[in-house]
Design a protein around this ligand. Structure first.
Ligand SMILES: [Zn+2]
Length: 68
């Protein structure tokens, strides 16, 4: 029997575990996404931290791809 998934179900945020209809593809709710963006911005500004290192790697990778 085929299941009918017409009903929209709420997903859970991976950080605050709040259920929301608005969960990003990374599993974050709107609030946590905002927090993460703010954190990333401050890390990029201060040029240190886990997010900055990741961002730097991603950026150089895409730049390399672009240069080819
Ligand atoms: Zn959240």
């Amino acid at each position: 029997m085929k299941e009918i998934s017409k009903k929209k179900f709420r997903r859970q945020c991976i950080i605050c575990h709040k259920k929301s209809y608005y969960i990003s593809e990374h599993g974050l709710c709107g609030n946590c996404m905002k927090e993460k963006i703010l954190l990333a911005r401050s890390q990029i500004k201060s040029k240190e931290g886990e997010i900055y290192e990741k961002w730097k790697t991603n950026l150089s990778e895409s730049l390399e791809r672009f240069a080819r």
